[in-house]
Design a protein around this ligand. Structure first.
Ligand code: BEZ
Length: 395
């Protein structure tokens, strides 16, 4: 049975209940559960997604057909067990209409079955776990962010084409770190390159990357390719700068390494880094200009790649709610409305893959350069309309 057919059959089965429940529900608040890290190594990222989600509601509308959109926030702390417990609370006690989050792939993997079995519409606003686009896919998820594969797989061939032949890998020791390095390795080796070493420091609590960088220095690779984000990225890039190996070993990786959210805290180590990302602040379209202007007016700085995912998630939910005229008693029909949303957003045309619900988007390759004393990204290359395979996605 295809996914679309399975959603429709649930929709037909629940349609009878919908007609009974609709009048009473019309004026009820529409509850969004924001399940994000507000503390821990990814705490800054969760805060940014929440800020931009709230901004999205202000811009696109915080009320649909008399239903006020209200937020219930829960802190995953970036921990799978906490994320799962808070997800159950939001679904069963708070009875949210939709969930938005999380940041960590490990947390997403932990909550997946609970969300699927309870048939709760879910908009993934960051976590890139590949299984959700493949064998662990579910009709109850869409992803406005990326899959881990989507960001790094194209970089294997790209780095080879730049002349690199021997590369060292480093990432935190959890699902996203291993998936991203695995995809980079597959792409780079298929192109003809060789991975000459890999390091996986703990995600939480690594303060000093010098012992790992000493091994990289000794191996003399053509380049170092990494994935670090949030607090871990700040710490890693500072260590890399202090270790002073950038002139011999270029630092490259998944783009969250130097987000506009924290690049100012990273110092000279951020200069010359090459990264791949699903968003850069300089995308030249009207929706991106509107996003930045609105973010700056409220927060006195521009938005970030984490922010744009929160902002777009809010718009997806508002537009889907409008499409069902505010009536979400038929959950499957509401989920189908979410999957059908498409608009011109800050990243260009936003649309979801009809099979696995993952966003289809351009991947930007950037290089940080220093101009008038300020380090920031310049786009080098654009890999267009990157889709991820739905291998094993049959639900
Ligand atoms: C992840 O765990 O999927 C993730 C976390 C931070 C940035 C990018 C991906």
């Amino acid at each position: 049975m295809t996914k679309m057919r399975s959603i429709k059959s649930i929709a037909i089965a629940t349609a009878l209940c919908a007609s009974v429940a609709a009048p009473a529900q019309a004026a009820e608040d529409f509850k969004v559960g924001l399940i994000l890290p507000f503390s821990g190594v990814y705490g800054g990222l969760g805060g940014e997604i929440a800020r931009a989600f709230e901004l999205g509601l202000e811009v696109f509308g915080g009320e649909v057909n008399g239903r006020k959109i209200v937020l219930v926030k829960e802190d995953t702390e970036g921990k799978p067990n906490t994320g799962l417990a808070k997800t159950k609370k939001l679904i069963h006690s708070d009875k949210v209409d939709v969930l938005v989050g999380p940041v960590s792939s490990g947390v997403l993997a932990a909550m997946r079955d609970t969300v699927h079995n309870s048939q709760t519409p879910f908009v993934i606003a960051n976590a890139g776990h590949d299984g959700i686009s493949g064998s662990k896919c579910s009709p109850w998820f869409v992803r406005t962010s990326f899959s881990n594969r989507q960001i790094v797989r194209p970089m294997g061939q790209w780095m080879y084409d730049q002349g690199h032949r021997n590369i060292y890998l480093m990432a935190p020791d959890y699902a996203a770190g291993h998936q991203m390095m695995g995809h980079f390795k597959a792409g780079f080796e298929a192109a003809g390159g060789k991975i000459i070493g890999e390091e996986y420091p703990p995600l939480q609590g690594t303060k000093d990357y010098a012992p790992y960088l000493a091994k990289v220095k000794a191996a003399k690779p053509d380049a170092l390719f990494v994935f670090f984000a949030g607090g871990a990225a700040i710490q890693f890039v500072k260590s890399f700068g202090d270790f002073n190996i950038g002139k011999d070993i270029p630092l490259t990786g998944a783009g969250w390494l130097t987000s506009p959210l924290y690049i100012k805290k990273q110092g000279e180590g951020a200069n010359n880094i090459i990264g791949s990302a699903n968003y850069v602040t300089t995308i030249d379209n009207a929706a991106n200009k509107q996003f930045h202007a609105a973010f700056k007016a409220k927060h006195d700085r521009g938005g970030s790649e984490f922010g744009v995912q929160g902002y777009d998630s809010a718009r997806v939910i508002v537009e889907a709610l409008q499409a069902v005229s505010g009536n979400t008693s038929d959950k499957a029909a509401f989920m189908e409305a979410i999957r059908n949303v498409s608009f011109d957003g800050p990243r260009g045309k936003l649309r979801f893959d009809p099979i696995n619900g993952n966003i289809i988007q351009h991947i930007y390759v950037y290089k940080n350069v220093k101009k008038e004393g300020v380090i920031g990204p310049e786009v080098y290359d654009i890999i267009k309309d990157v889709k991820v395979p739905s291998d094993g996605c049959n639900s």
